[in-house]
Unconditional design. Structure first.
Length: 416
């Protein structure tokens, strides 16, 4: 196992890791950077070998998606055939759009990834170090869970063409500009499509992993900032005797230190708000497309699962796993966006719990700053999909209910 770990580490050493702003960025994004590099989608690596590797993969993925669309337009005549084709094609198109959006906003994403290296971001206490460790480990767990669920779905997708009753079938509905349905050409085309389809699916998952990592990175910053506000007095007292806290707070030296510390936290709050707004604007339209695509996919895949239950076990499990991946992917995005809204509002509660009532507001500028932070935090930061839908668990529930209603309509249509 150590051998494979060393091989993976050495073969995926990329520019994004070498140019990392520090250990905190590496802690959150190392796995994402490595998977992105392996998928051929790294933005910073420009060596000749990697450009050839990345270019070949992108051409192959583009060719496969084009063949899927060609099949959808020319050969999908029945409802079942249309659904089979559109399930993969739609997800691939949305992934292409999201990837292009990330390329366009790569400066924003780099700034977001390096935000924890801000001079105002404080992880000096054991509690805050534990917060950072908790969110980085949680990010890693969900990354592995997404990859595992996606890999299981791919496994079922690859098995189905081998056990169905169709000769020369592939794992994806695509029309090629040549006839591959011969005993000689079919194995070659099957292996090539197998590899390209795996990379195309990994490309879809990479987009999800990048987005999740940035959301959890922001969440970590909000929770640490909230703890900084709650512990601002203890931080300013430092190693002094805390039993004499009331006397220390009255000293001029402490008040000067407190005001400087408060200014630093204000700057950190402004930086996090700025980063959140930039992420909100960059994600708005891609997430609108993702919501629409997910609603259609949940509807179509659920319909397939109900159609194939009892008739084809492999097809049923393939549809079920694909449905689970889409539901899980969308649910965690909505969950983290909902959590960002709550944590951004919680900053106001942290300011209120900063023990300002101990006479600190008598210092010039302290009261105004605390009030400004609390007022700003009371307006929740809501990430939206195209400005039409809030990215929240409530919206996710509504979308699933709507998709379920559409499934019942499709079932009635099929029965009639």
């Amino acid at each position: 196992m150590d051998f494979f770990h060393r091989l993976w580490t050495k073969s995926t050493q990329c520019k994004a890791l070498e140019k990392s702003s520090g250990k905190l960025e590496t802690m959150f994004f190392e796995s994402v950077y490595r998977v992105t590099y392996f998928a051929g989608m790294a933005l910073l690596d420009n060596t000749l070998m990697y450009r050839i590797y990345s270019g070949a993969l992108k051409l192959a993925i583009g060719f496969l998606i084009s063949c899927e669309v060609w099949h959808l337009v020319t050969k999908s005549t029945s409802l079942d055939g249309f659904i089979d084709n559109v399930n993969a094609t739609l997800m691939h198109f949305i992934a292409l759009y999201r990837y292009q959006n990330m390329r366009t906003n790569k400066t924003i994403y780099k700034n977001l990834a390096s935000a924890m290296e801000s001079p105002y971001f404080d992880t000096s206490t054991p509690r805050r170090k534990e917060m950072v460790r908790f969110w980085s480990q949680r990010n890693e767990r969900f990354l592995k869970l997404l990859l595992l669920l996606g890999s299981c779905t791919l496994a079922a997708w690859h098995i189905y063409p081998l056990v169905d009753d169709i000769d020369y079938n592939l794992m994806v509905s695509a029309r090629f500009p040549f006839d591959y349905q011969t005993p000689i050409l079919y194995p070659i085309v099957y292996v090539i499509v197998f590899v390209v389809f795996n990379y195309t699916s990994l490309f879809v998952m990479v987009n999800d992993l990048i987005q999740q990592a940035h959301l959890m990175h922001l969440l970590c910053q909000y929770t640490v900032l909230g703890d900084c506000f709650e512990g601002i007095i203890n931080d300013c007292i430092g190693d002094q005797n805390k039993t004499d806290e009331r006397h220390i707070i009255r000293t001029k030296q402490f008040r000067k230190k407190f005001l400087k510390r408060l200014n630093d936290l204000v700057e950190q709050h402004k930086l996090i708000l700025k980063n959140t707004m930039e992420l909100k604007h960059s994600l708005s339209m891609p997430m609108l497309g993702q919501l629409v695509a997910s609603a259609m996919l949940i509807c179509f895949v659920s319909y397939q699962a109900t159609r194939t239950a009892g008739a084809s076990n492999v097809k049923f499990f393939m549809s079920l796993l694909y449905l689970m991946y889409n539901l899980f992917e969308l649910s965690i995005f909505c969950k983290w966006c909902d959590e960002i809204k709550l944590q951004s509002e919680n900053i106001a509660n942290s300011v209120y719990c900063s023990r300002w009532e101990r006479g600190l507001t008598a210092t010039r500028g302290v009261g105004a700053r605390l009030l400004l932070i609390a007022t700003r935090a009371r307006k929740p930061l809501v990430l939206t999909a195209g400005g039409l839908f809030d990215l929240s668990l409530a919206s996710y529930t509504t979308l699933v209910k709507t998709s379920y209603s559409a499934v019942t309509v499709l079932r009635r249509f099929q029965q009639n």
